[in-house]
Design a protein around this ligand. Structure first.
Ligand SMILES: Cc1cc2nc3c(=O)[nH]c(=O)nc-3n(C[C@H](O)[C@H](O)[C@H](O)COP(=O)(O)O)c2cc1C
Length: 225
């Protein structure tokens, strides 16, 4: 079980796209899925459902469709070996994952029940509602954190959006659900490291957009005595 703190997990929750083919013990998988189901959701509807894909043929299907969807959409070109830029590293890793997806022990489809957001007026509700993304992403983040805590590598991916129909048909997913993300999970080949993000101070505004300096203590929120 995990020995790292919650903050260490958040600070080192990088996408791990180079994964070993070694199987994931069922006990760990259960812990990961259990963590997902502890997430909050609108009105506690818990609209998630998981499809754990481990069958080699099914993984092959996902790899082929994922890879061709990604290439069709982004036309990714392998960066030159001497290119050490951040973007080149991400592209190389994303291509590696797409090419080796079928070797990853678990491909987890996180599905979300479809539900119109309350803000969409009734007369505009035409066709299938989108999956309730807002109630699925906390579950996804819990899954990613649980993986990190257990030393499992994972990446949030969305390339399956390019073959939703085939996905539904192949895995018998009811139309009341949409597949929100696919998370390849396995033991990482490399080491976990710190995430690279803008500092919070750069994206934080106090009381009014544009006021980015931390207010003087005396000028802060007034508290009633
Ligand atoms: C909504 C969303 C969609 C993403 N889709 C993909 C994807 O399809 N394939 C992939 O390799 N990574 C995907 N990612 C992972 C991001 O590329 C990654 O989180 C980001 O570049 C930051 O890198 P890091 O997680 O290693 O810190 C996605 C992340 C999010 C939040």
């Amino acid at each position: 079980m995990s020995t790292i703190s919650l903050f260490e997990a958040m600070n080192t929750l990088r996408s791990m796209r180079r994964l070993k083919p070694d199987p994931i013990p069922l006990e760990l998988l259960r812990t990961v899925l259990d963590a997902g189901t502890k997430a909050p959701s609108g009105q506690n509807t818990q609209p998630w459902a998981f499809v754990v894909v481990q069958n080699p043929q099914e993984k092959q299907f996902l790899q082929e469709h994922y890879y061709s969807g990604m290439i069709r959409r982004f036309g990714l070109v392998r960066p030159a070996p001497e290119d050490r830029s951040q973007q080149a590293k991400i592209t190389r890793a994303a291509l590696h994952l797409a090419e080796h997806l079928h070797e990853v022990p678990v491909l987890l489809l996180v599905c979300g029940k479809r539900d119109w957001p309350a803000v969409v007026p009734k007369h505009e509700r035409v066709g299938l509602a989108p999956p309730s993304y807002g109630s699925i992403y906390p579950c996804v983040q819990n899954i990613l954190l649980a993986c990190r805590g257990l030393g499992l590598g994972a990446t949030l991916t969305t390339m399956h959006q390019f073959f939703q129909e085939e996905l539904h048909e192949r895995f018998g997913i009811p139309k009341e659900y949409g597949v929100v993300v696919m998370i390849p999970i396995g033991f990482p080949e490399g080491k976990f490291g710190p995430v690279s993000r803008k500092p919070a101070a750069q994206v934080t505004h106090f009381d009014h957009w544009g006021q980015q300096a931390l207010p003087e203590p005396s000028a802060g929120v007034k508290h009633e005595a």
